[in-house]
Design a binder for this molecule. Structure first.
Ligand code: FBP
Length: 368
């Protein structure tokens, strides 16, 4: 997929995704209710998109249905985590050097199992797997690449605070057969779609294909996601910042100056900002998407590249933020979506949220 295509509005991107032809298609206008008591299910929303794309193969729809199934299964495990033996650590450490939680492993297995046999992907990659995840022998290789953080916010699992799943979908680069790491190492601009699931007071799935960000809430009784937040837009400004202040001693002078400014009357708007920090990227980003503000996990003296992973944390969130009118950078003038990945699990500093708040961060930090 060339750069120019990555910037195409959804209608044309969807066509080019499925058959490379260009055609004008229309998606239900914002706010258009289904007009009946059912509302828009996630399935119907994706099918509407497919139905209106000439020559669509249904591959993208099939992949999305597998991801949504995995989200429902993981949600059912999370909701009764305290009753089932899924809390606590496994005792193992992952490629990131982090203690692996039982729910990390379970969520990882559920996602792989839900997607591997559908014939929609040629390869997968996960925060929990050192190497790429091949499609099992005997199963077809599809045209998409799926990368994910199966359980985001691991440190909050055992204390019943919101956690999530993050996913990123690309088109394969290699021609056919088993996918390779080359299919995974693509810039964020090349994403076909990205999304996350938040397991909180309710379970929501939020996704974009680059043109419009939509949120669906799971009705556990029906077992289906229903459209509840259509065409989400991040407010351009909002006096809320989100950062782990516990890392302050390791921050660069620029980052310290930025946070100190936000906590003073020199902050934009002349009043100190409010601090909100859950410690789960999905939850901190979801709040920022709905209410505005800025979330940051900067690089610091101990970890110059920060903590968050580019391919399955920062890039998918950046794709969503930009589709919602927001911004996402590394805090030093580089758009997250423009960063060329070199390794599967590479980290990147992340500043994400309201356009003007991210810009203010950049400008203040640059003063050093
Ligand atoms: P994982 O839980 O998937 O490893 O993600 C990392 C993460 O938990 C993010 O969700 C969150 O933003 C960050 O780390 C919190 O880090 P810290 O505890 O250092 O503030």
């Amino acid at each position: 997929m060339g750069d120019s295509e990555a910037q195409l509005p959804l209608a044309q991107l969807a066509v080019s995704i499925d058959n490379g032809a260009m055609a004008n298609v229309s998606i239900p206008p914002p706010g258009a209710s289904s007009g009946d008591e059912l509302g828009w299910t996630l399935d119907r929303h994706i099918l509407e998109r497919q139905r209106r794309v000439q020559g669509a193969t249904g591959d993208f729809t099939g992949l999305f249905q597998s991801i949504a199934l995995a989200a429902r299964v993981i949600a059912s495990k999370v909701q009764k985590a305290g009753l089932a033996d899924v809390l606590g650590a496994t005792g193992a450490t992952n490629v990131q050097g982090e203690t692996v939680q039982k729910l990390d492993v379970l969520a990882n297995r559920i996602l792989i199992r839900c997607v591997e046999a559908g014939g929609h992907v040629c390869v997968m990659a996960s925060e929990e797997n050192d190497e790429i995840i091949p499609i099992p022998a005997g199963y077809p290789h599809g045209k998409y690449v799926l990368m994910f953080d199966p359980l985001d916010g691991s440190s909050n699992i055992d204390v019943n605070i919101s956690i999530g799943t993050i996913f990123s979908i690309h088109r394969r680069r290699t021609a056919s057969g088993p996918g390779t790491v080359e299919d995974c190492l693509q810039r964020g601009t090349e994403q076909v779609a990205a999304g996350y699931v938040i397991y909180g007071s309710s379970t929501m799935l939020v996704y974009t294909t680059g043109d419009g960000v939509h949120g669906f809430t799971l009705d556990p009784l029906v077992g289906e996601f229903f459209l509840s937040h259509e065409n989400l837009q991040i407010p351009a400004t909002s006096p809320t910042y989100s950062i782990n202040e516990g890392n302050r001693s390791r921050w660069t002078p620029g980052v310290a100056r930025w946070v100190d400014t936000l906590k003073s009357n020199d902050a934009p708007g002349g009043k100190p900002y409010g601090l909100r920090y859950v410690g789960t990227l999905v939850a901190d980003f979801h709040r920022t998407l709905l209410r505005g503000g800025v979330f940051a996990y900067p690089g610091d003296k101990k970890a110059p590249e920060g903590k968050l992973r580019l391919l399955y944390e920062a890039a998918p969130m950046a794709f969503i933020a930009e589709a919602a009118g927001g911004a996402a950078t590394n805090g030093a003038g580089t758009r997250i979506l423009d960063i060329e990945p070199g390794q599967l699990h590479q980290r990147v500093p992340l500043f994400i949220g309201s356009r003007d708040e991210v810009r203010f961060a950049e400008e203040t930090i640059a003063k050093g």
